[in-house]
Design a protein around this ligand. Structure first.
Ligand SMILES: O=C(O)C(=O)C[C@H](O)C(=O)CO
Ligand SMILES: [Zn+2]
Length: 278
């Protein structure tokens, strides 16, 4: 396992960051390496974001000193969404086959977690989000078709999109993880604008379905001090609770969002008026 540690940042400090510092603190540039688990541990809500891409054989979820337990999920829960070819996750001997875009919730206390691809020519890419848990719920597969679907946006604002709420209290019980996927329709480039902050939860974004030369300009920062990160395909970023999170692409794209914190209420957002943005 490869592990990078990120510390939490105070908004007053971030005001002075240049482009490189912003990227070092908030962008997660690499998630998928063949036959590796690549993880970033953030001290924002102790959120772990990572990827597992099994090619030559299965990958086992290992623990790390940062996790502080003899198994990764002893005091944590895990959300998985497959963004590659067909794959399988085996949790303590129970097999969950995940087609592209399917999700899996893995319960706290699960010990033996293995990731494998079902077609070596088209490896699975398991995008991983983990947060501390206080109780064990049941591991459960959430096929894309079982997600709670919300249609949003307007072609006049270039933001028509479908939100698939996958790890959501109305779909599966979790301790704190909330997770899903937003698919922008063709010719629609904006997500989450008008924007919001939600101080009760952090949010982690993972952008994909982008061509090699396409980019998303992800907006962050305090409403009165906005900054941006230029994001390529299959990169993630950590959005601290005090930050807006919104983006515009050079083409349409898909992203996975995940939240952890004091509540699981998707609608608990503090909307930011357009006249507040600077
Ligand atoms: O497209 C959107 O709008 C979203 O996907 C919103 C995010 O899920 C979000 O910010 C939830 O807090
Ligand atoms: Zn949000």
């Amino acid at each position: 396992m490869k592990m990078t540690i990120r510390h939490a940042s105070h908004p007053d400090a971030v005001r002075g960051f240049d482009t490189e510092e912003l990227r070092e603190h908030f962008l997660v540039p690499t998630l998928f390496e063949a036959d590796e688990t690549v993880m970033t541990y953030s001290h924002v809500d102790r959120f772990v974001v990572g990827g597992a891409m099994p090619v030559a054989g299965p990958i086992t979820l290992e623990t790390h000193k940062a996790i502080g337990s003899d198994t990764f999920l002893k005091r944590r829960e895990l959300g998985v969404i497959n963004v590659g070819g067909p794959g399988r996750v085996t949790v303590d001997g129970v097999k969950f086959d995940l087609d592209p875009r399917d999700a899996l919730y893995v319960a706290m206390g699960s010990v033996d977690v293995r990731f494998e691809s079902l077609d070596a020519g088209q490896p699975a890419k398991f995008y991983l989000n983990s947060a501390p848990a206080h109780a064990r719920f049941e591991s459960m597969k959430i096929p894309l078709s079982a997600a709670r679907k919300v249609e949003l946006g307007d072609p006049a604002q270039s933001n028509e999109r479908t939100i698939y709420q996958m790890l959501h209290p109305e779909v599966v019980q979790t301790a704190q993880l909330v997770m899903g996927m937003t698919v922008l329709k063709p010719n629609n480039m904006w997500n989450t604008m008008p924007c919001h902050v939600h101080d009760r939860r952090c949010e982690v974004y993972f952008y994909f379905d982008l061509a090699e030369t396409a980019r998303v300009f992800h907006f962050m920062g305090e409403p009165s001090q906005t900054r941006h990160l230029v994001v390529s395909n299959e990169q993630a970023l950590i959005s601290p609770p005090w930050s807006i999170h919104s983006g515009v692409g050079t083409s349409n794209y898909t992203f996975i969002w995940a939240m952890a914190g004091d509540n699981q209420d998707f609608t608990d957002m503090d909307m930011v008026g357009m006249d507040e943005l600077r």
